[in-house]
Design a protein around this ligand. Structure first.
Ligand code: FES
Length: 324
């Protein structure tokens, strides 16, 4: 069972390519743009092989009364959601949810470090703009594969000037998180969005520096894991069910298709609503959420069904959801 969500008809007002693999879309909802805060995401219905699924994209920039802006990276190995969005032309219709925020910016810190990896820049653009407009002490570190993939770098340069530093891995430029964290003022907040490897490194460096966990906030995109997606089996003794999850589907979707009710909301591994109890595992759980801590991931007692997978076997699960 999904948490309550309201869907609205909308259409594409415009689109433009920001890089060879990232395309920005302006989406005009028929009922008008709802109020939203920086860090929010927007759900979009996509069609994949004739099935309707939901994808969630961060809203880019600041609130615009006319449109929502999202930037979508075409994922060659993804499940097809990005391909569907990329196929949309100007004027074409789509169905969207309402903005929701699991990546809130608290404005009360004395200093802010924004760290982006690749397409993880999307929620941080608006944060940088908002913080700079408020005169906050903000700096950004932005890493991508190449200069061509540093989308929104021009906008950010205008906003932040030399408070922005970029890193291209093809030029062997490396972001040194330990050094960045060491140079922060006490009480500073770090906001990170990027692939799982960057988040893991950020969490480790933050903890090693003895910084309070509450001052680190992060978000990921629910498709980056430690292992390539492969099929795995799932057993649910409570439902007397054994099902297969193909590489291009999420566990959550396959459970729903088999009549297993599970709470969910973000579908990006952030809110923890879809967490299920692990009874046993064969192979390795590829935890792709940012809801549980690295310690909880290692304990393997729960997993987020919306993003996490299993490599080399399968898992016996119990659903935490009770209809009553
Ligand atoms: S639905 Fe939010 S973590 Fe899975």
């Amino acid at each position: 069972m999904k948490s309550s969500n309201t869907w609205h008809p909308a259409h594409i007002r415009a689109h433009r390519n920001l890089s060879p693999t990232v395309r920005e879309f302006e989406i005009r909802p028929e009922g008008g743009v709802k109020p939203w805060t920086v860090g929010s995401h927007l759900k979009v219905k996509v069609m994949i092989d004739g099935r309707e699924e939901t994808r969630s994209y961060s809203l880019v920039g600041l609130h615009d009364p006319a449109v929502y802006r999202i930037a979508v990276k075409l994922a060659a190995e993804g499940h097809g959601g990005s391909r569907h969005v990329w196929s949309l032309e100007d004027g074409e219709e789509l169905t969207i949810g309402e903005p929701d925020n699991h990546f809130e910016l608290a404005f009360n810190a004395p200093q802010f470090l924004l760290v982006a990896g690749g397409i993880g820049i999307t929620p941080l653009v608006g944060m940088a703009q908002m913080l700079a407009a408020k005169g906050a002490d903000v700096r950004m570190r932005y890493a991508a594969r190449s200069a061509a993939e540093l989308v929104y770098a021009d906008t950010l340069q205008l906003t932040l000037g030399e408070r922005l530093q970029t890193y291209c891995s093809d030029a062997d430029e490396r972001l040194n998180l330990e050094r960045e964290i060491a140079s922060l003022a006490p009480g500073a907040q770090m906001l990170v969005c990027g692939p799982l490897g960057l988040l893991d490194a950020a969490r480790d460096a933050w903890a090693a520096a003895g910084r309070p966990p509450a001052d680190l906030r992060f978000e990921t995109f629910g498709n980056s894991g430690h292992h390539a997606a492969e099929p795995f089996w799932v057993e649910l003794p409570r439902h007397q069910l054994r099902i297969e999850v193909p590489p291009d589907r999420t566990l959550l979707d396959v459970l729903a298709e088999n009549g297993v009710e599970t709470l969910s909301d973000c579908c990006r591994g952030e809110c923890g609503l879809c967490a299920m109890d692990v009874i046993s595992v064969q192979g390795q759980i590829d935890h792709r959420d940012v809801f549980f801590s690295p310690h909880e991931h290692r304990a393997n007692q729960r997993l987020c069904a919306c993003v996490s997978r299993v490599s080399g076997g399968g898992v016996v699960l119990d659903t935490a959801y009770r209809a009553d």
